[in-house]
Design a protein around this ligand. Sequence first.
Ligand code: PEP
Ligand code: MN
Length: 351
Amino acid sequence: MNEKIIIVGPCSVESPEQLLAAARGLQPASISYLRGGIWKPRTRPGSYEGIGAEGVTWMQDVRRELHVPIITEVANTKQVEIAMKAEFDALWLGARTTVNPFYVQEIAEALKGASIPLFIKNPINPDLNLWVGAIERVKKLVQGEVAAIHRGFQSFRKYTYRNQPQWSIPIALKGIFPDIKLLCDPSHIAGHRNVVPEIAQHAYDLQFDGLMVEVHPVPDQAMSDAAQQLTPRDFIDMLDTLIIREDATDDVLVNEKIEQLRSSIDNLDEQLIGILAERMKISMEIGEIKSEEGIAILQPSRWKWILENALRTGQSKNISEEFLTALFNSIHDASINKQIDVMRQKVVKKL
Ligand code: PEP
Ligand code: MN
């Protein structure tokens, strides 16, 4: 049985009426926690920075009235104290907190011994170790269950989404902590409500354990993140249409087919490694010649040609430019490192 953790509610708690309308609208769905941002970490001052402690009572009131567990974001000791006193059912750490080990340590210490569930968003930059470190710091001191939320990464390159997802990073995190639950926040990845469902489906296809989604009774009037919030109705419709994938199937024929295809993939992977090894050998031979003739290793015009050629070939074969660029950057880096090794060895021999 696939029980997903569903955290949903407004980006910011704005008024008792707004919070109650969101929560009422969500009632037909079975949700795990009603979210509400009380203290808002905004990139620039002057944007709406949250209602502050006053919002705590509003969240408690909605919990009492609708019997729904409540969760909010905490970013310092003071906020932890207020939230713990109000007996929040869970807390989360935002992307701008996870990025800073000082903050995470401070919060972990403020929560020492508490048995409250904690959700840790990925740091704003794609650094797996910062995320791992934050989880380790918290796990050391806090008793409650710790889960992770993928909310995408900031990038100076303009992509389709507000915060680019890098699915390999949460998957690697799950490899390090196999027991922690992994959620996706499609709202902060998307930046726009139209693409929230496709990102949520992507997360479900990768067997994420749940979602954190922003909803607002009148999204366009929201005081923060207006473009990405869904109405409660649209959220419920989305939940109804999301397909939950099973771990495996009992169908023998389907399993056989998958096995066959997997063995073709294993075969191709082996060939890929063989081809890469051959490419590396040739690159080392070139390194020898460059070293003998005193030619520089990096020739930007040659590298430009390689990448353009790869992208041209890739386009005709329907391989994404983003993927090929990352792949060829990595191959090129490895190749340059090998040539540097070759040159160093020559210098050492001469000495
Ligand atoms: C939020 O959930 O409203 C929020 C500020 O998220 P993040 O930390 O992912 O930016
Ligand atoms: Mn938000």
